[in-house]
Ligand binder design. Sequence first.
Ligand code: ADP
Ligand code: NA
Length: 329
Amino acid sequence: MPARLFSGMQPTADSLHLGNYLGALVNWVAMQDEYEATYCVVDLHALTVSPDPEALRQRTRVTAAQYLAAGIDPERSTLFVQSHAPEHAQLAWLLNCLTGFGEASRMTQFKDKTARFGADQQNVGLFAYPVLQAADILVHDADRVPVGEDQRQHLELTRDLAQRFNARYGETFVVPDVHIVAATAKVNDLQNPGAKMSKSASSPNGIIELLDDPKKTAKKIRSAVTDTGTEVRFDPAEKPGVSNLLTIHSALSGESIPSLEDRFAGKGYGHLKVEVADVVVAALSPVRERALELLADPAELDKLLTRGAERARERASVVLARAFDRVGL
Ligand code: ADP
Ligand code: NA
């Protein structure tokens, strides 16, 4: 039997960006061949940042449409919205009751967010976030969770909770592997190339959104911050802007960075930017068009998500029933 894989993203932006695409979606699409994959839009997690209800609803749909547009195949993989499978929140409660207060307090992402957020934005949901994440994984009997290094601590907590539950109540959960994957590419902000491309960037021109039209994409790449030199060379420390453009080109075109350096030797940044813009537009245009098509047909998207939730619940309800029975519910 192929290993079961679970992964998800929060619907917290009006569009996913090139970093999400190259860092996550491209891998997710490829992993469908090897794994029995479940891909989730984790809207319950997004509630921890108190979104506007209409924005949350819309962003959930856009995120799902972009998973599909990028190539997640709803026949081969299970694609659904977290809140459509109530088993996630139900299992989270059991796990909350098994999680130490101190243990949850040590989560560095929680500490970062509490430090960053004002007192009015802090809530118990943020504190319990990693426990809900553990429930997402365990309720699907996932044994593989491809995450970046920043999620290692949450994965360790998931394993601890699964082992603790199994030890206390008897064999119930699959204990997932920590499977740290190097992103296909780490994409940086076009305006601030020392920092990663992120929805929370200060300038919208630093981010290429999957829903940007081709003109806007090309313009953002032409306006990317480089340096005062002229040499096209991969050197993230000295030339973060140029290196970021080379990374993006290489990740999308498959051409190696040394080969790009050779081809652009003596040509200047303008040429590089034009070609990177072409490569990005060629790769993202079909994704954007497919996403727009899906968003223009709400009934079809709803149908796909309803079917995905049914599939997700078939498995999650069995695991949840097992866990409820074990604890005496
Ligand atoms: P953001 O940084 O915009 O808040 P998230 O933290 O929601 O994005 O990340 C969603 C997924 O996209 C994660 O798998 C993350 O590793 C990946 N990702 C986000 N930004 C980048 C980036 N700039 N380069 C590569 N991968 C990224
Ligand atoms: Na983030």
